[in-house]
Design a binder for this molecule. Structure first.
Ligand code: IMP
Length: 427
């Protein structure tokens, strides 16, 4: 049973970091395989709170090999800062952290492009990116001619290569942004320093992972963002630039599908979204604020207030199927305590037609009216509950209904940020 993955089934921020930290004990390797420092994973370990962007959440277990695979886009200064921050707090980081030489490097022009082109999509509404250069770096990766991979930084050819890219970027970006800061020699010197600092960690992780899986090692794949932000299968164009649903594990990590044997789909007990794009169950009202306040729904990376709303079972059923989820982890159930009633979206009405299928076009999603089923809330606080059977009856009924609507059993329930506040069902 070598490969397990943890996939967010909503728009990200489903508290995957906590789960990965918990599941790390049962694995030999933990792998980040897509996205970059747009992700923010919060882990509470040993009573201390850590915020990770690029480093896998398995890093708190020194026995485990952590891998940043080739599908990730790496911003070297952020990664170095993250490494230094953890070292300063006595977390072991040496050969237990390996980074793919195939990973693409985010460079200063990518930040300029993310700022300059984030005003709006061609239709007007902005994607509202995290401004971390993620989309522009992936664009250059697919465009190939002006991309830099981590392994390139150690080759003699990197000097002329950066000079050529800077010359082209200055021309292309001149009408959009101030490009005066793009100085090839300065950038080169800076990124050579970063490369030297990261050198002990950089290797061919594809071979490493294939060796591990063929040798029956247990590998945990840590998804970033959520399946609804998947560039191919999410709410395009209001998505991130990588395959953040379960289908992205293989191409991001460089492993064949046969090794992904178990998929844990992670949802919040409600829904949130950061940035632009349609969100049918959004509650831009007192209920949304109640959820935001109780769930502390502010971005880990950007601190933006998250948009909050009811659980959308149409979306979650779609992403559970898309990602091949075997079971569900329902996180932040405690946030819903104190509500008299809780709504769950069971279908959409789109142009007068009712459907339980998630639409493929953003315009249909934009005009989708959620059809709600109303369940009774519970008034007790549940953060101290340690067994699923000890939850209030209405909370259990809520979980049962989510499971039924999504079509997957609930395996994990979380009622707070600490490891102890996690309950496992016997499936
Ligand atoms: P980008 O990934 O910075 O290009 O942003 C694209 C969209 O994905 C924006 O709506 C972001 O708010 C969203 N996004 C990116 N990363 C995350 C995340 O880790 N959690 C939640 N939303 C995210």
């Amino acid at each position: 049973m070598p490969g397990t993955c943890v996939i967010g089934l909503q728009w990200g921020d489903e508290a995957k970091g906590k789960l990965v930290d918990l599941l790390t004990e049962r694995n030999d390797l933990v792998v980040r395989y897509q996205g970059g420092a747009n992700a923010g994973h919060t882990v509470v370990a040993g009573g201390e709170k850590y915020k990770l962007s690029l480093i896998p959440s398995g890093i708190f277990n020194p026995r485990v090999q952590c891998v940043i695979a080739g599908g990730v886009v790496v911003n070297p200064p952020t990664l170095i800062q993250e490494i230094d921050g953890l070292l300063a707090r006595n977390i072991k980081i040496d050969s237990n952290l390996l980074i793919s030489d195939r990973a693409h490097v985010i460079l200063p022009w990518h930040f300029i492009e993310d700022r300059a082109m984030n005003e709006g999509t061609a239709d007007g509404e902005a994607i509202g990116t995290t401004q971390r250069g993620i989309g522009p770096c992936y664009r250059d990766k697919v465009g190939r001619s002006y991309a830099v991979r981590l392994g390139d930084l150690y080759r003699d050819s990197i000097g002329p290569r950066v000079e050529r890219i800077v010359a082209v970027k200055r021309q292309v970006l001149a009408g959009l942004a101030d490009v005066a800061e793009l100085d090839a020699a300065k950038i080169l010197a800076e990124y050579r320093r970063y490369a030297e600092r990261l050198r002990p960690h950089v290797t061919d992780t594809t071979t490493l992972l294939l060796d591990a899986l063929e040798g029956n090692k247990r590998v945990l794949f840590e998804g970033a963002q959520g399946a609804l932000l998947d560039v191919d299968h999410g709410t395009f164009p209001f998505v991130t630039s990588s395959n953040s649903s379960g289908v992205g594990v293989c191409n991001g990590a460089g492993v064949p599908a046969r090794y992904v044997n178990r998929v844990l789909g992670v949802v919040k007990a409600y829904c949130t979204r950061v940035g632009g794009g349609p969100f049918p169950t959004e509650q831009d009202n007192a209920t949304g604020q109640h959820i935001r306040d109780r769930g502390n729904e502010y971005g880990t990376v950007t601190k933006r207030p998250r948009r909050c709303g009811w659980f959308d079972a149409v979306a979650a059923r779609y992403t559970a199927r898309l990602s091949g989820a075997d079971s569900l982890a329902v996180m932040l159930l405690d946030v819903l305590s104190q509500l008299d009633e809780i709504n769950v979206c069971t279908a959409y009405e789109i142009n007068g037609r009712r459907t339980a299928n998630f639409p493929s076009h953003v315009d249909d999603l934009r005009c989708a009216k959620p059809v709600y089923e109303t369940l009774k809330g519970w008034k007790q606080e549940i953060t101290d509950v340690r067994r699923i059977e000890d939850l209030p009856a209405n909370a259990r009924a809520y979980l049962d209904r989510l499971s039924q609507l999504v079509g997957r059993p609930v395996e994990v329930v979380s009622v707070g940020p600490d490891r102890e506040q996690t309950m496992f069902a016997k499936l």
